[in-house]
Design a protein around this ligand. Structure first.
Ligand SMILES: *Cc1c(COP(=O)(O)O)cnc(C)c1O
Length: 498
């Protein structure tokens, strides 16, 4: 398999190179040259375990690369990498269990170490990077540099902690991240981890990181990379759970092989839902992929009228991990729809004017595979309460956005196929909002966690039990104009101590 830039088909890389680079030189994202030859062996699906499905997906998407080849035991095989990533890390043996709620299924993707779906990808990405380094005989040390508004930072730290040949620096805004999210990050004790708060908001931290990528002079033997979902090594692991959901529906007798299944996905950067489209390209019988947004509904508008316009108000919502105006991975869907040249054009327009409009033909093509909808904060809160009272099922705000969009979509389309709603975070990760939804009082975030448990009896995920008592290993803080100097100092320090 080869990977091409979404903006220029002449840029072609091996899977290892694409994983190590993250983003192409021309600013494009890496895409498989073709999905031909990457057809999933559906006839074996019902006999496969979760790890076997993950290993199969990785093997197909990264076919022929040493990164996943078990040559003379020199390189780890796909199954070995998957085992290293997932064994003992998830609090449910089945890392993506399906729960029947009303007539739909909720796929719980939050049973990993940081209680959000990003763990599925970010436990495997470090293994892929580490193996890709060996495969390409890269001697450089890779430093992962990430700005986070919460979920990405903790999941990345958990995944990269103590992985060989890689270090990680995470910046988070001093204000505007929850106490639980902060403690999840500063309590990571890996020798190769560094966590630092920044005076300012998320955009300040993000701009600082972009500036460092563009302008920091690195010492010999050090390379910077990113853990964001633009990396194909982060996208690929997510494809597996779409097959896994289909397998479970087959085993439950809910569907027959070949029946279509819809997926409703709470969306921010368009990574998770795009992984579902990859699954479809690899032969999964997917009906509609329904893109669910909160008030930041730039994607809903795009699917409706073909105009992507980021020049609009930004809302801070109760589903913060979806508060995004530039959904980077949409570029990959554009590329599949209209090719590299037009894709590069649209991205240039987005950069210059903050806006682009695709043709009616292109929009029709996209609408034959995707639907979209949005919901506001009040509806999100009401959904949590209603689903809990009617069906006894407790969900977080991001999942509730998806559920609310699912209900509206079902009422509008009357679709008869089975539908899976993706649940991306534990209700305990956003206890405040969930307690508000249930009309219950609490005193601060940590108290909300235990009161939510007392009120609902739902089990607190292991990693969040007594989270407020976890020791703090990182207490560095810098101002936004000091970020560059800080990273410069860190990349020139061989051993990081705390
Ligand atoms: C990151 C995140 C999302 C959005 O996923 P994308 O792949 O960016 O579309 C949704 N829900 C939660 C809880 C998240 O952390």
């Amino acid at each position: 398999m080869f990977y091409l830039s979404t903006r220029n088909n002449e840029i072609s890389k091996t899977p290892s190179e694409a994983v190590l680079e993250g983003i192409a030189k021309d600013g494009g994202l890496y895409m498989p040259k073709t999905f031909e030859g990457a057809a999933f062996p559906m006839e074996r699906l019902t006999k496969m375990s979760n790890k076997e499905i993950s290993a199969e997906v990785i093997s197909l998407l990264f076919a022929g690369d040493k990164m996943i080849a078990n040559e003379k035991g020199e390189f780890a095989g796909a199954y070995e990498l998957v085992s290293k990533a997932y064994d003992g890390k998830f609090d449910n043996e089945d890392f993506a269990p399906l729960e029947k709620v009303a007539d739909a299924y909720v796929m719980e993707l939050y049973h990993g170490p940081t209680c959000a779906f990003k763990d599925v990808a970010l436990q495997l990405l470090p293994q892929l990077i580490s193996s890709a380094k060996k495969a390409t005989e890269m001697k450089d040390e890779i430093v992962i540099l990430t700005a986070t508004s919460g979920d990405t930072g903790s999941a990345a730290l958990s995944g990269f902690s103590d992985v060989e040949g890689v270090k990680i620096i995470v910046f988070y805004p001093r204000k505007g991240i929850s106490a639980v999210q902060e403690r999840q990050m500063v309590s990571v004790d890996g020798k190769n981890t560094c966590v630092c708060s920044v005076g300012g908001n998320f955009d300040d931290a993000q701009s600082g990181v972009k500036n460092i990528f563009a302008n920091l002079k690195l010492p010999e033997g050090v390379k910077l990379s990113s853990a964001n979902s633009i990396n194909i090594g982060r996208l690929a692991p997510q494809v597996a759970y779409y097959f896994k959901a289909y397998r479970d529906l087959l085993l439950n007798g809910e569907i027959k092989m070949g029946d279509k299944v819809n997926f409703v996905v709470p969306t921010g950067n368009f990574g998770d839902i795009l992984a579902g489209y990859f699954a479809k390209k690899m032969g999964l019988s997917v009906g509609k992929l329904v893109c669910a947004s909160n008030e930041n509904k730039v994607l809903t508008d795009f699917f409706e009228n073909g105009v992507y316009n980021k020049n609009r108000s930004f809302y801070v919502t109760n589903s913060p991990s979806m508060d995004i105006l530039i959904s980077s991975n949409l570029e990959r869907l554009l590329y599949l729809t209209c090719g590299a040249k037009r894709c590069a054009d649209y991205m240039e327009q987005l950069k210059r004017n903050g806006e682009y409009k695709i043709t009616e033909e292109e929009l029709a093509k996209i609408n034959s595979e995707f639907d979209a909808g949005f919901t506001n904060g009040d509806e999100t809160i009401k959904t949590i309460k209603d689903v809990y009272e009617k069906h006894g099922y407790l969900m977080d705000t991001h999942t509730a956005v998806a559920w609310s969009v699912y209900e509206k979509w079902l009422a509008k389309t009357g679709n008869k196929d089975k539908t899976v709603v993706l649940s991306t975070a534990s209700p305990y990760k956003f206890s405040n909002s969930v307690m508000n939804a249930l009309g219950q009082g609490y005193d601060g975030e940590f108290d909300a966690l235990s009161k939510l448990n007392a009120y609902t009896g739902a089990k607190i995920p292991g990693s969040l039990v007594d989270i407020e008592k976890k020791p703090v290993f990182h207490s560095v803080t810098v101002e936004k104009d000091e970020m560059m100097d800080f990273v410069d100092k860190m990349v020139n320090t061989k051993t990081w101590h705390k």
